[in-house]
Design a protein around this ligand. Structure first.
Ligand SMILES: [Zn+2]
Length: 449
C-alpha cells in the first residue's frame, strides 16, 4: 500500500510493503521505525496503535473487528476493540492478533501464533492460543532483582496510604540497565508524609548502577534553576569564613560559583570529577574523613542536591550530616516535590518515579517532620523548576496532560475537540507525559537549633 494514505499518525523511517492491506487506515497510529512485511492484512476500524521499532512479519493478520455471537443473527453486529502493539515488539510471520489485544513492550510472537490474550512486556509467546514460554533478559526479571519495601525508608512506620499503582514498563534510559520494571505502588507514609515506591531494584543492582556513574562522568558546566536559587542563598549570607560542603559535588559546578577562596568542601566518588574540582580550588574529602570530630559543628551550609531521592536510608545520612553543621548552620536539600504532581492516582507513572534509582519523593509536610527529628527548624521551602522551561512549552504540556485526564476520566467524546490534529494524539497515550513542566522540585532549608 502507499504510505501517502491518510494514517491517523505516521512516524518517521517507516517501511510498509506494497502488498500490505489496511482497511480503516485513518484509525491506525504508526510510530517511528516500524517495518511491515509483505501480505499483512489489518482490519483497523476499532483502532490500531503500533509503537516505535515494531517489526511485523509477512502474512500476519490483525483484526479489531468481531461479531456478537450472543445475538441470534450475527450478521450486522459489529463489535470493535482497539489493538495496542507497544514499543520494540517483534511479531513473526503468519501471526493472528484478535480484537482488544495489547502486546507488551519488547515482546516476541513466534511464527504462526494466534494471540487471544494480552501479552505482558518482554515475553516470548508462541502457539495457538499463544502462551508465554520465556521472558527476555531473564536476569533482569528474576524476583531477586527487586526488593519489596513494606515500611517507610525514612521513619520505618508501616502505616501508609496507597496512592497509585504504576504500569510495568521498560527502563531504557541507560543502555547498560535496560530492563523490565515490574509494577510498583506509590505509598504515602502516614507518619512522616514521605512518598515511596513499594518495589525497587535490589541494593546490589542499584550499587552496580552507581558504580557505572563512577566511571562515566559527564561534566555539566551549566547551572540549573535550582542551583541558582541555592547559590543566591549562600552568596547573600554575611558569615565570615564561610564553610560549605556539597555532598556529591561533581566537578564543582555549584561550589565554583560561591564567592569564597577557602572553605569550599566537596564529597565526590568520580575520579575525573575530583580532579576537575580540585583544579577549581575545592577541597575534596571522603565520607570517612568527615567522620573525624574536627568536622563536628564545622559547616555553615551542607548542600544535598538531587541526592535525597536516591538514598536507601535517608535518616542515617541526614543525622550524620546534621552533626557536622554549626549551630544556626543550614542543611539545604533539593529534590522532587510530590505536591507538584496534580494527578495523585497516576503518580506511579510520573517521570520522576519511572527513573529506577528514584526511590522516594518528599513534600513540605515531610520537610517539617524531618526538621523536628534533626533538631532543626524548617526555615524555608521553595517550590521551583529543576530545568529551564519556556512558558509556552510549559503551558502546552500542561493542557495536554489535563486533556488526557479528562479523556480518561469521563470518556466523554466530543468529536469536534478530539479530532483536532494535535489533540487526537493524546487519546492514544498509554499514560500521561506528566513531564517536568511545572514547579516539581523543592528546596528545603533546615536550620540547626
Ligand atoms: Zn515515614
Amino acid at each position: 500500500m502507499k504510505k501517502n494514505k491518510a494514517f491517523k499518525f505516521l512516524g518517521k523511517r517507516v517501511s510498509i510493503k506494497d502488498s500490505v492491506i489496511i482497511e480503516g487506515v485513518e484509525d491506525v497510529h504508526v510510530s517511528d521505525d516500524v517495518a511491515l512485511a509483505d501480505y499483512i492484512h489489518i482490519w483497523a476500524y476499532g483502532g490500531v496503535y503500533i509503537g516505535d521499532r515494531v517489526i511485523i512479519g509477512s502474512n500476519t493478520t490483525i483484526s479489531t473487528i468481531t461479531h456478537n455471537y450472543e445475538s441470534p443473527v450475527m450478521h450486522g453486529t459489529l463489535v470493535m476493540k482497539p489493538i495496542y502493539i507497544e514499543n520494540d515488539v517483534w511479531i513473526g510471520s503468519n501471526v493472528k492478533i484478535l480484537p482488544g489485544i495489547r502486546i507488551g513492550e519488547g515482546s516476541v510472537l513466534g511464527a504462526g501464533s494466534v494471540v487471544t490474550k494480552d501479552i505482558p512486556p518482554l515475553s516470548i509467546a508462541v502457539g495457538n492460543p499463544a502462551k508465554v514460554i520465556k521472558k527476555r533478559n531473564p536476569q533482569f526479571n528474576s524476583s531477586n532483582w527487586y526488593l519489596d519495601i513494606t515500611e517507610c525508608p525514612v521513619c520505618s512506620s508501616s502505616k501508609k496510604e496507597e496512592l497509585s499503582q504504576s504500569q510495568d514498563f521498560l527502563c531504557n534510559s541507560n543502555p547498560e540497565f535496560r530492563f523490565h520494571h515490574p509494577k510498583y505502588k506509590i505509598v504515602k507514609c502516614q507518619e512522616c508524609h514521605l512518598l515511596y515506591k513499594s518495589k525497587i531494584p535490589s541494593y546490589e543492582i542499584l550499587d552496580k548502577y552507581y558504580k557505572t556513574l563512577e566511571t562515566n562522568y559527564e561534566d555539566i558546566n551549566y547551572l540549573f534553576p535550582t542551583d541558582k536559587l541555592v547559590l543566591e542563598l549562600i552568596n547573600n549570607s554575611d558569615i565570615n569564613n564561610l564553610k560549605v560542603l556539597d555532598y556529591g559535588c561533581g566537578s564543582g559546578r555549584l561550589l565554583k560559583e560561591i564567592q569564597i577562596k577557602e572553605g569550599r568542601y566537596g564529597i565526590e566518588i568520580n575520579e575525573d570529577a575530583i580532579n576537575k574540582a580540585e583544579e577549581r580550588g575545592i577541597r575534596i574529602i571522603s565520607e570517612e574523613d568527615l567522620v573525624d570530630e574536627k568536622y563536628d559543628s564545622f559547616f555553615d551550609y551542607i548542600i544535598l542536591t538531587d541526592v535525597y531521592e536516591h538514598l536507601f536510608k535517608p535518616m542515617e545520612l541526614l543525622e550524620f550530616l546534621s552533626h557536622k553543621l554549626k549551630k544556626q548552620g543550614k542543611l539545604i536539600i533539593v529534590t522532587g516535590n510530590s505536591e507538584a504532581v496534580y494527578y495523585k492516582n497516576r503518580i506511579g507513572d510520573y517521570w520522576y518515579f519511572k527513573l529506577f534509582s528514584h526511590l522516594q519523593m518528599l513534600n513540605v509536610k515531610h520537610a517539617k517532620w524531618l526538621a523536628g527529628k534533626l533538631n532543626c527548624d524548617l526555615s524555608d521551602a521553595i517550590e521551583c523548576y529543576h530545568y529551564d522551561v519556556p512558558t509556552k512549552i510549559e503551558l502546552k504540556k500542561n493542557i495536554a496532560s489535563f486533556l488526557f485526564f479528562i479523556y480518561q476520566k469521563t470518556n466523554v467524546f466530543f468529536p469536534a475537540i478530539w479530532n483536532l490534529p494535535k489533540i487526537k494524539k493524546i487519546k492514544n497515550w498509554n499514560y500521561p507525559i506528566l513531564n517536568s513542566y511545572n514547579k516539581d522540585h523543592l528546596i528545603i532549608i533546615l536550620k540547626k537549633r
